[in-house]
Design a protein around this ligand. Structure first.
Ligand code: 5AD
Ligand code: FES
Length: 351
């Protein structure tokens, strides 16, 4: 089979054999690459037209009890300047976001036990009360199922929890011993069962990652059927053990975005900030390769430069309004349209 035939099979909804995934992920000619992007874009247009959904990201705390080897917020990074936003600051950011046209607010933090379930529920329900037409997404890590249930009942709509890698051995090389791949996967299953729209995902080119791992990730995604998949390149952070590791590449990230779009045709797929960090036009290229979501930052300007998962993060000096209009201009320039909508997964629309 040629790569073109493999792309056509995937686009028709067929799952590929591992050998075919391997070929697609490792041996594309420039011409085949263009065909892959074109097919991914065609499939994304069948489901979402040329629209791009916006998420306003509030990074409300950079404290973290975990020590993931790749992450700049890891607890053993003594150079990280830690901050927490108050309930009032978070709600003000959400209001600002609403006024800028955001209809999804993403609350993200390290795993910070300072915020009790009660506080998270209060923040979520306050945002939903103030803005009933907004979706609230949580991205606050691994919790007990009862906590996930409580946030859901408080009004949270979606939950992002990247699985990072579906391979337990690889997981063990990226995380301290107290974290487990199986627990991470169980959290995702719990979240889905509760009724959230869920997002999993990986870093492309993470240390020790092989193409076999990525194929396992694709199988995991196919089985889990997440509503969203967050992928971006790994980028080293100077104060982590992976400081000297190479970043993931633009090409590998774009190829994987397209393959995921073809494998999960109606999935919500962000062109991430990390992709915009490794190339000035990275997010635009991500959208053209099948992504349909962008997540500009809504965090207050004085803390933006402190939520540094990796080196060189873009947009740390900009205001929320600047990022919002910048994104609109960037998308229009390549023929896509940012829309003011909750941007639910197709299976959750009009429910
Ligand atoms: N490079 C790229 N992405 C990273 N993340 C954490 N550290 C890095 C890094 N160094 C990603 C992880 C996490 C998400 C919030 O950010 O995948 O799940
Ligand atoms: Fe932040 Fe362009 S998206 S400045």
């Amino acid at each position: 089979m040629t790569n073109k035939e493999r792309i056509q099979l995937l686009a028709k909804g067929q799952m590929l054999e591992d050998d075919d995934f391997r070929a697609l992920l490792t041996s594309l000619t420039k011409e085949e690459e263009q065909f892959l992007y074109q097919e991914a874009d065609r499939v994304r247009r069948q489901h979402y037209g040329n629209t791009v959904y916006l998420r306003g990201l509030i990074e409300f705390s950079n404290f973290c009890r975990n020590d993931c080897l790749y992450c700049g917020l890891r607890r053993s990074n003594k150079n990280c300047d830690r901050y927490r936003l108050t309930r009032e600051q978070i709600l003000r950011c959400a209001d600002d976001g609403y006024n800028l046209g955001f209809r999804t607010i993403v609350l993200q933090s390290g795993e910070d036990p300072y915020y009790t379930d009660k506080m998270i529920c209060d923040i979520v329900s306050s945002i939903k009360k103030q803005h009933p037409d907004c979706a609230v997404t949580l991205s606050i890590g691994e919790k007990e199922k009862a906590s996930y249930q409580a946030y859901f009942e408080a009004g949270a709509d979606r939950y992002l929890l990247r699985h990072e890698t579906a391979n337990p051995e690889h997981y063990g090389k990226l995380h301290p011993a107290e974290l487990s791949c199986e627990h991470r996967k169980q959290c995702l299953r719990d979240l889905k069962e509760i009724g959230y729209q869920i997002g999993c995902g990986i870093m492309v080119g993470a240390p020790y990652q092989t193409v076999e791992h990525v194929i396992e990730d694709l199988h995991f995604m196919k089985e889990l059927q997440p509503h969203m998949v967050g992928i971006g390149p790994f980028i080293p952070h100077q104060d982590t053990p992976f400081r000297d590791r190479p970043a993931g590449t633009l090409e590998d990230t774009l190829h994987l975005l397209s393959v995921i779009r073809l494998m999960l045709p109606s999935v919500l797929l962000p062109a991430t900030t990390a992709l915009g960090t490794i190339h000035p036009m990275g997010r635009e290229m991500g959208i053209k390769a099948g992504a349909n979501v962008v997540m500009p930052n809504l965090s207050p300007q004085d803390v933006r430069g402190k939520y540094l998962l990796y080196d060189g993060k873009i947009c740390t000096g900009d205001e929320a309004a600047e990022c919002r209009s910048c994104m609109e201009r960037r998308m229009e320039a390549i023929g896509y349209q940012v829309v003011q909508s909750r941007g639910d997964h197709a299976s959750f629309q009009n429910v």
